[in-house]
Structures are given as C-alpha cells and as structure tokens.
Design a protein around this ligand. Structure first.
Ligand SMILES: Cc1cc2nc3c(=O)[nH]c(=O)nc-3n(C[C@H](O)[C@H](O)[C@H](O)COP(=O)(O)OP(=O)(O)OC[C@H]3O[C@@H](n4cnc5c(N)ncnc54)[C@H](O)[C@@H]3O)c2cc1C
Length: 401
C-alpha cells in the first residue's frame, strides 16, 4: 500500500492550485455569479494549460492519465472557488461518455476541441417524468434511411445555453422492457450538422446555487441527426450511461471535497483572527473542537475519494465489481459530509457567515446540488444496499480494503 502521490500528481495538484490562485479573480467571480454567466475565458485557459481531459488519450490532446489526476484538479479548483471550480468541471465532464464509447472519428471530432477548452459538453438524460428512474425514456429515436429522428423533452440539462454538443439518452425501441431499447446519440449545437427539424433550448431560472452554469429544458422537434452521431452500441444506452456514472460520480465527489476544504480553510483563518472576550475564538473549546472535527472528516473524505479514483484507474480486475459500490459510497458520503462541514464553517463565522462576502454561504448553496445530480443520495444508498445484498460475504470481508 502506498499513500504517496507520484511526483507528477504532486506537480498537477500544485499547478492547479496556482492556476486557480492566479485566474479566479474575486470580482470577476461575483460578476459571473450575479449575471449567471459561464466563465468561458477561464475555461479556455484551463484547456490551453492542459487541465481539461487529463484522462483522455494523447491522440485527442488529452493527458493520457486517469481519474485520479482529474480528481486532484477538480479538488484544487473547487477548494479555490466552488462556483468557478464546479462550472469548469461540469463543462467537460459529460464528454467522458464519448471517451468511453466514441468511435475514433467521434473522439477526434468532439474531444479535440473540448480538451483545448474551445468546446463545452452537456448530457441530457433527465426528463420531466424520469429523473431518478431512467429505465424508460419518453424521448424517442427513430431510424430513417440516412439518419435518426429525435423527438421529446429533456429537463435540467447543465450548460444547455452554451454547450457545443449534447449526449442524449433516448428510447429507440418503445416495446423494450425497463432499462432496455435505449441509445445514446450526439447532438451538435451547430444547426448545419442537422438534416432537418429543430431544437429548442429554454433556460430554467432561479437556481439555489451553481449560478455560473445554465440549466435548460431542451426540446427536440423532429430533429434529424446523421447516422454517424450514434454513440456506442444501439440499445445499450442506459448501460453506457451507468458506466459513465461509475467514473463521473468519483469526480463529482471531488467537487464536494474541494468545496468543504475551501470552507474549512476560511473558517480556520477566521477562528485564529477573530477575538471575542479578548481571546481568538479558536481558543474556545466549542469552536476549536468543531474545527478539529471538520479537519478529521476532511481527511477521511479525501482518502475515500482518492481510493475510488485509484480503483477506477489502477484497481486489479478482481476488484472491478466493487467499483459501482465504492462509486455510490463516494457520491453519497462525500457531499453529505461536506454539507455538514460547510455548515460548521458558517457557524464559525457567526453572523458574517450568513453574508455573501465570506463565501461560505455560497459554498453551502453550490455544494447542495452534489447530493442531487448524477443520482441522488437516496439512489446511491439503494445501489449500496443492492450490492451488499448480493456480494459474497468472503469477498466483502477479505478482498475489499
Ligand atoms: C442544477 C441541476 C443540474 C442538473 N444537471 C443535469 C444534467 O446536466 N443532465 C441531466 O440529465 N440531468 C441533470 N440534472 C437532473 C438530476 O440528475 C435529477 O434532478 C436527479 O437525478 C433527481 O431526479 P428528479 O429531480 O426527477 O427527482 P425524483 O426522481 O423525482 O426524486 C425526488 C425525491 O425522491 C427520491 N427518490 C426517487 N426514487 C427513489 C427511490 N427509488 N428510493 C428512494 N428515494 C427515491 C429522490 O432521492 C428525491 O429525494 C440536474 C439537476 C439539477 C437540479
């Protein structure tokens, strides 16, 4: 067992922290927050400097590395600023499904500009009547002689307003059983790529946090898409999505990890400086113990999140069946615990914590969504119970850490 990051990983972590320190300007952040504006220029710079697609192959400009290196970057960005870090990550995360299932021409076409920070990606799985339950889609995909026709409505698509391409989950076989007969397809924003029909994108306003991203309803009206845009094996759409989620949920966990680390550091600095009753408030046991607990919890979240990333990248084949289990542990435990840590940070700030200026209340609002998207906490707990109910006890007892 080796708990050390490699030299390269340490360099990536340091470089990401330095990038965030240099580029995440507070005034600009507050402007983007107020205007609900995606910080495209910072995203592009992050791409130019190689922070996007570290896990993508080098032939599309990626780093040829893994989930672990992505986790280090996401953690560092979200530690510096929750809104900026999450907005940047959510712009490239959806493309991971193209990395996993794309043909070489698809990978070249969609991933090359994305890795360079020029393109933004989006996933459209959720529908008004199908959120946690993705075993059936109302959005339909019909085959024609020269392509496919999409019809239906998606909801809550992150980046909908400015994404350059969308990965859409649609029902190809209406008579298939639950979870079957679906396919994933790439839809480009560029209407020149369409063979007919239309796509409507409507902004959903009034979000609690994550204000540097757009959330959209996306409606397909007889949208005709070329044959070469089908992504992965037809009829296996939900499996493609679930395999994508196994990796993406580990990275989503890193958002919450960075969010609570950033809140902790601010609370610690405040507790050392702020004096009441002629003493720094950290000297009061009620505050000091709170900070000690926050720090201990952060350490445990970090090890869990890194272990999940290691399992995806380097885990031996015999442990591969534990990936969905650990993924769900990370996806529910890290954001839930991060929420408690950020809440404690607000307490340490007293009345000041309730105001935007200290950024801890924004971290709380931004972090709240990590418990919801890519499968709610309850859905993760269901997954864990399902695996625990079936996994052989000797495997659980002796093979897992
Ligand atoms: C800001 C934001 C960004 C998002 N981005 C995207 C995106 O980019 N692409 C995309 O496709 N989707 C996206 N989503 C959608 C998100 O993934 C869904 O909102 C989420 O999966 C829950 O679905 P739902 O909202 O329909 O809630 P529901 O499924 O209706 O759930 C409501 C409640 O019931 C609980 N519940 C449901 N089923 C069960 C069960 N079997 N057991 C126990 N409890 C259960 C849930 O946990 C939840 O608490 C986004 C959502 C938000 C808010």
């Amino acid at each position: 067992m080796d708990f050390e990051l490699t030299r390269e990983q340490k360099d990536i972590k340091k470089a990401a922290a330095e990038f965030a320190q240099g580029e995440f300007d507070k005034d600009f952040i507050l402007l983007c927050e107020a205007d609900h504006r995606f910080p495209r220029e910072i995203y592009q710079k992050a791409g130019e400097l190689g922070f996007i697609g570290l896990d993508y192959s080098e032939d599309v400009g990626g780093g040829g590395l893994g989930v672990m290196e992505n986790v280090l970057v996401i953690e560092a960005f979200c530690k510096a600023d929750s809104g900026m870090g999450m907005a940047i990550h959510l712009a490239y995360l959806p493309a991971k499904i193209v990395k996993k299932f794309g043909t070489p021409p698809q990978r070249k076409k969609f991933l090359t500009p994305l890795v360079a920070g020029k393109w933004v990606s989006a996933v459209s799985f959720t529908e008004p009547d199908h959120g946690s339950d993705l075993t059936r889609m109302e959005t339909t995909l019909e085959e024609e002689a020269d392509g496919f026709v999409l019809n239906g409505t998606k909801i809550f698509t992150t980046n909908g307003k400015y994404a350059d391409f969308f990965i859409v989950l649609a029902q190809e076989d209406p008579n298939a059983g639950p979870g079957k007969g679906m396919s994933t397809i790439l839809v480009e924003r560029d209407s020149n790529s369409w063979l007919g029909g239309n796509m409507e994108i409507n902004e959903i306003t009034g979000k609690m946090g994550l204000r540097m991203t757009s959330s959209s309803e996306v409606v397909f009206h007889d949208l005709k898409i070329p044959r070469e845009n089908i992504l992965g094996e037809r009829g296996r759409g939900l499996m493609n999505v679930l395999e994508f989620l196994d990796e993406s949920r580990i990275e989503i966990g890193a958002q919450a990890l960075g969010n609570c680390e950033g809140a902790f550091l601010k609370a610690l600095a405040h507790a050392r400086e702020r004096k009441q009753f002629n003493r720094p408030i950290i000297d009061f046991q009620g505050v000091g113990h709170k900070l000690a607990r926050m720090w201990s919890r952060i350490q445990s979240l970090k090890w869990l999140n890194y272990y999940g990333a290691w399992l995806c990248d380097k885990g031996p084949a015999r442990l591969s069946r534990s990936i969905p289990l650990i993924t769900s542990v990370v996806k529910h435990h890290v954001p839930e615990t991060a929420k408690a840590i950020i809440d404690d940070a607000i307490t340490v700030f007293g009345g000041y914590g309730y105001f935007l200026d200290q950024e801890v209340e924004r971290r709380y609002r931004d972090n709240r969504i990590v418990e919801v998207y890519e499968g709610t906490v309850e859905v993760q707990l269901n997954n864990i119970v399902r695996v625990l109910g079936k996994m052989p006890l000797p495997f659980l007892d002796t093979e897992l850490l």
